[in-house]
Design a protein around this ligand. Structure first.
Ligand code: PRT
Length: 109
């Protein structure tokens, strides 16, 4: 059993704590200072790198890039005043609903 939940919670707490920190001391603070568009750009770049590693079967790179993705996603959420509890609530609402069922309910075809 992975402890990713606890790890992500600690990461978000650290990121929240960096709001208002010195950008010279903290990469997170420097990224947050640049605003949500910059945070989104970094997240998108890291997601593409993870996708490429996964598509090419580069497992070690995929692990490292996934860690980058999760960190930059957490920063993007924090930049938008959101945290994992918002995502957890969204995922919990979907539990037990097949992706096929959900799609059929929203589109006629
Ligand atoms: N998990 C991470 C993490 N993952 C990746 N990164 C940083 O993300 C940056 C992205 O690297 P790139 O090479 O893509 O970007 P870059 O060219 O250096 O930067 P840009 O000019 O493009 O923004 C690197 O500086 C990485 O070190 C992270 N920085 C911080 N954390 C966590 O956040 C905590 C707080 O960090 P600070 O805010 O820096 O104290 C750390 O203790 C870690 O737990």
């Amino acid at each position: 059993m992975s402890d990713i939940g606890a790890t992500l919670e600690r990461l978000m707490t650290t990121i929240e704590g960096r709001k208002g920190a010195d950008a010279g001391d903290s990469y997170t603070a420097s990224l947050l200072r640049k605003g949500p568009v910059r945070c989104a750009k970094k997240f998108g770049e890291e997601a593409v790198e993870a996708a490429l590693a996964g598509a090419l079967g580069q497992r070690e790179d995929l692990v490292a890039e996934t860690a980058d993705v999760l960190y930059h996603l957490a920063v993007l959420l924090a930049a938008n005043e959101l945290d994992w509890s918002d995502i957890s609530a969204a995922l919990t609402k979907r539990e037990g609903v097949s992706g096929h069922q959900e799609k059929a309910a929203r589109s006629p075809d």
